[in-house]
Design a protein. Structure first.
Length: 371
């Protein structure tokens, strides 16, 4: 159900930066470059539209843009990208891309679903893909338009490892408290939070510990949210509310809101660390590397890259892609500067847990997991 076969033929590995993955934990698929590059069908024009987080979010929008740019460069074509500054821009931006003759359009994010379906139905000869959404408003198990490919990620698997690592770090540092908050209460956000909290529980079970969690109740599916993805005062206050619980690890889920969490950490004067999401945050934004323990990654760049190459070759299909630990679509980044400070045996334990998840011996799921 993956679209990675093109990489075997074309030999490409892309990344927003040079990502040194934790051994066995979510490394990007390997590559074997060939001298012959991919060839696009005549008139192929790849295009992409962001959600209102913008291209410079250091997260999923930027990762998606990196993916299509890399594919377009290999193909020898020019991609077209348009940024949405608000939800009101989604429909006009899609219309703009259609008017420019785009033959393959990628919508970045859950929030563009309704407008993407509408555009796809109105333009059946154009291929579409959407990130983080099944485009299945009818809940019948298939996209509501026959020309949309969902690019989905079972992020709970990687977030589980992130939660385990956060708990181990917090126990070592002495607080035994971790927390999380999100931008909007939507599946691509809460799936991180579910995995994070469940990973903490696993650590407690394994180590007979009692690391407490704040900001999200998995059973009730309720928690702390900012109401959007902007790095603003509301986001900083929400982060501060979690920090006030005495946590020494915090997971902000929602693109740019990590900036608000970092600012709150700085103002606190404490040694609190945070986890990044989507991209390897320590690489994407070095200004917060000193407070970023590890990142829970979705390899959106790879998924977009592969989908673009497939469409360019005339091999577009609407079978959903689902990124998992097994296919490298999700995983943990390196711990970077924190590597030498980690609890003894933690990386080995994370590798063991990853293997158990892949084999199915350890069941890790979320109400928001791709169906």
């Amino acid at each position: 159900m993956t679209i990675s076969t093109t990489r075997k033929l074309l030999g490409v590995t892309i990344a927003a930066g040079v990502i040194v993955a934790l051994a066995g934990c979510g490394a990007a698929p390997s590559s074997n470059p060939t001298s012959a590059g991919p060839t696009a069908v005549a008139g192929f024009k790849p295009c992409i539209v962001s959600d209102d987080g913008g291209w410079n979010d250091k997260s999923f929008n930027e990762s998606a843009l990196n993916g299509i740019k890399a594919a377009a460069k290999e193909l020898g074509v020019k991609e077209i990208d348009v940024q949405s500054d608000s939800a009101n821009d989604y429909a006009p931006n899609l219309e703009n891309l259609v008017a420019q003759g785009c033959t393959f359009i990628i919508s970045v994010g859950f929030k563009l679903s309704a407008d993407t379906v509408k555009s796809a139905l109105a333009n059946p000869k154009i291929d579409y893909a959407i990130i983080d959404d099944s485009a299945d408003g009818n809940n019948d198990g298939k996209p509501d338009a026959p020309n949309i490919k969902p690019l989905l990620f079972d992020t709970v698997q990687a977030a589980y490892l992130g939660g385990y690592a956060a708990a181990a770090w917090s126990h070592q540092e002495g607080a035994d408290k971790v927390g999380t908050f999100g931008g909007l209460q939507i599946p691509p956000v809460t799936i991180f939070m579910d995995g994070f909290i469940d990973g903490v529980k696993k650590y407690n079970d394994d180590e007979k510990s009692s690391v407490a969690t704040f900001g999200w109740d998995v059973d009730k599916q309720t928690g702390a949210f900012t109401g959007g993805f902007a790095a603003n005062d509301t986001a900083k206050q929400t982060a501060q509310g979690i920090l006030d619980q005495g946590v020494d690890v915090i997971l902000p889920v929602g693109g740019p809101i990590y900036q608000s969490a970092a600012a709150a950490i700085k103002d606190s004067g404490k040694k609190t660390v945070m986890l990044g999401v989507d991209s390897d945050l320590a690489v994407a934004d070095p200004s917060v590397a000193d407070v970023t323990l590890v990142s829970i990654m979705k390899r959106i760049d790879n998924a977009v890259h592969d989908a673009t190459l497939a469409a360019a070759k005339g091999d577009f299909d609407t079978t959903p892609y689902v990124g998992t630990l097994e296919n490298g679509g999700v995983g943990l980044s390196s711990f970077h500067d924190f590597e030498s400070k980690l609890p003894k045996g933690l990386t080995d334990k994370l590798d063991e847990l990853k293997k158990q998840i892949i084999s199915g011996d350890l069941k890790v799921t979320s109400p928001s997991s791709p169906k």
